[in-house]
Design a protein around this ligand. Structure first.
Ligand code: WTA
Length: 643
């Protein structure tokens, strides 16, 4: 596909959009970057409700930022109470569909009451502002209720995706020092009950600080609780439906969300109150060009940042109706998403390229069975979208009528950074588009020099922005080193990109040892350390291999301790080991046994070489005989390919 293929939103879409012209976007963007303090100050005051108005927009001591100093607010007040005074009081806040087909609707008033009851119960358990609370729940309204209840009393939540193992949950509980865990007796996924509670039991056994586990009844398959456990319904039953929101400093921590980096274990990304909410709120409002009548469906799990910013905070602070679906896209059949859109009349649909590629594979006939005429806007997030998938999404799901916003951002950025602004921008399939307001992004070389359009380099952000991460929980040095040392004076995203002559950004993918598997971030170092915990393994090196469906597949090269035998049994055991240590999402797609790993003279594993070997495609399935990679390494190093 030529880079110049452009799509224009329809005239009627443009006419109704908040930003109907490129010129308007350009002048506003120019202004926002030239004078960010003025820009953000105005919007913070216009868009959010404050108990005390901010006095100092930004305090910047690179790499640490403080936004809206002197300001006091509460995220749950902004997401709930302020709508009760408006005409939205009895509007649906959450429309939920469970995998078995159960449907629940919570109005803003009802959501407020549930949040208050749980907030009061948390207080009753001794939770104080600043305390960390772990949330390990399925995609059910209680996940949002738990997050908002924490926000209401100033507790810091850390949501762990239900697909992570007991071991991962334990690491996160210990790292953030949580004393309370909120979970359920399970959830439904692919027709099965996912046993979240067993994982919590196992994790909590090694976390002596945890003094309470709150258990929501979802599936009803657990009869008896442990001593530390209490049923959610018992704790909230006598609580008042009113709990005054804490008046919190703008920089009060809101949540810690763990994400993979290039080294070691996942890091706790810390987001705070005012700046984060402003970023999530404004991008939801403008990028999805929200209307009063929208039903907004972001398919991400709340365990990921997309679920935080777009299922919960951004959607609710705008008073829109957000749809939550608990289960798999192909349960009971591959048309589940389309039947949900038809049944509830979803208007804005936001999903990931990996899902779109799966839908393409399952076939258009599943889509054709449904009336998707309620849709007016589509979104993509998580990885670069290949133009073929973009075109299919546009034509088959969007009926050629719905603009697509391709949103580039990260757990660390809190909200969209580069994105199509529908109405104002032409769309170029495969490009995330132009920078959002106040965002100063550039493609630079190793010295930080801006590169000419068309040249690939490092994607950096040159100015602080309100929803940026504040630090890595408990490790400010690592925060400074990881993000602010690679290209001096700028935030390095870890991504490679190029900008074209129209200023559109084309993100190529990660430049570090982070994989993007089905839109999920995975550190190669994490998978490697999971593999070497197996007694048979001497060394492991993990690389990504291009994959048509998942974007990247995980390939592990493994050397064994003497006397250990390579074979399919060991392959199965190693995959299981990774699942146990991290979670099923990290299971290697291929495990290859080697005599030795190719290394440079200084002893560094030659990852670039392994990537090439992995992508070679010559070997299908798991390789259960020993490969002599040193032969290839010797060939490569003799031709000067050491890296
Ligand atoms: C990738 C997910 C291209 C990118 C919101 C980034 C994308 C990482 C896009 C962050 C996009 C996300 N186009 N690449 N529209 N969106 N990425 O923290 O490599 O889970 O650095 O946040 O996903 O992943 P994270």
């Amino acid at each position: 596909m030529s880079k110049e293929t452009k799509f224009k939103p329809s005239a009627s879409f443009v006419k109704q959009s908040a930003f109907p012209s490129l010129a308007r976007y350009k002048s506003m963007h120019r202004e926002s970057v030239k004078n960010p303090k003025k820009f953000w100050d105005r919007l913070a005051k216009e868009e959010l409700d404050w108990f005390a108005e901010p006095k100092k927009v930004l305090e910047w001591k690179e790499p640490f930022s403080k936004w809206f100093g002197g300001g006091k607010l509460n995220v749950s007040f902004n997401c709930l109470d302020r709508h009760l005074q408006s005409g939205r009081r009895h509007k649906a806040a959450i429309i939920f569909e469970g995998e078995p087909g159960d449907i629940r609707v919570l109005t803003y008033q009802q959501l407020h009451d549930e949040v208050c009851r749980l907030a009061n119960a948390l207080k009753g358990e001794g939770v104080k502002p600043g305390d960390r609370v772990m949330i390990y729940l399925p995609m059910i309204p209680e996940a949002a209720i738990a997050m908002l209840a924490c926000a209401r009393i100033g507790a810091v939540h850390s949501v762990v995706f239900g697909g992570f193992s007991a071991e991962s949950l334990k690491d996160r509980i210990l790292d953030c020092g949580a004393k309370l865990v909120i979970t359920s007796d399970g959830g439904y996924r692919r027709g099965q009950v996912v046993g979240l509670k067993q994982n919590v039991d196992q994790a909590v056994a090694s976390c002596p600080e945890v003094r309470r586990v709150i258990v929501l009844k979802r599936t009803g398959h657990i009869e008896k609780l442990n001593e530390v456990d209490r049923w959610w319904h018992d704790l909230v039953k006598d609580q008042p439906a009113d709990c005054p929101p804490e008046k919190l400093d703008s920089e009060h921590p809101l949540f810690i969300l763990y994400t993979s980096g290039s080294t070691g274990k996942p890091k706790g990304i810390l987001h705070t109150t005012g700046g984060y909410l402003l970023g999530a709120h404004l991008t939801t409002k403008w990028v999805f060009d929200l209307k009063k009548t929208d039903l907004f469906w972001c398919t991400a799990d709340v365990g990921w940042v997309t679920g935080h910013s777009y299922v919960v905070y951004g959607a609710l602070s705008n008073g829109t109706t957000t749809l939550m679906y608990e289960g798999a896209p192909n349960q009971p059949e591959p048309d589940r998403f389309w039947s949900i859109i038809e049944r509830h009349r979803v208007t804005v649909f936001y999903t990931a390229p990996t899902a779109i590629r799966a839908f393409i594979r399952w076939g258009d006939h599943w889509v054709k069975k449904h009336d998707l005429s309620s849709l007016r806007l589509l979104g993509s997030v998580g990885e670069p979208i290949n133009p073929e998938a973009w075109l299919w999404y546009h034509r088959v799901i969007g009926g050629g009528r719905c603009p697509i916003v391709d949103t580039w951002w990260q757990t660390e950025t809190g909200s969209h950074m580069i994105t199509t602004l529908p109405g104002a921008h032409m769309m170029k399939p495969g490009s995330a588009g132009l920078p959002f307001f106040g965002v100063d992004v550039a493609v630079v070389d190793d010295q930080g020099k801006e590169l000419k359009p068309g040249t690939q380099g490092k994607l950096v952000i040159r100015k602080p922005w309100p929803s940026m991460l504040r630090t890595i929980h408990g490790d400010p040095e690592r925060y400074a080193k990881q993000y602010w040392s690679e290209v001096p004076g700028t935030y390095f995203t870890g991504d490679g990109a190029r900008m074209d002559k129209d200023g559109y950004f084309w993100v190529i993918g990660r430049m570090d040892d982070v994989l993007n598997v089905s839109g999920h971030r995975l550190g190669t170092a994490e998978v490697e350390s999971a593999l070497v915990t197996h007694p048979a393994v001497a060394e492991a090196a993990v690389v990504g291999r291009p994959d048509d469906l998942k974007g990247q597949a995980v390939v592990a090269f493994v050397t064994l301790k003497s006397g250990q035998k390579a074979g399919s049994e060991l392959v199965a055991a190693l995959r299981e080991q990774v699942s146990k240590e991290i979670g099923p999402i990290a299971k290697p797609d291929q495990i290859r046994f080697a005599e030795a790993l190719p290394k440079t003279r200084s002893g560094k594993i030659m990852r670039r070489l392994l990537k090439e070997v992995a992508a070679g495609g010559a070997v299908k399935g798991d390789v259960t005989t020993l490969e002599d990679l040193n032969v290839i390494a010797a060939l490569q190093s003799s031709s000067g390919e050491e890296s």
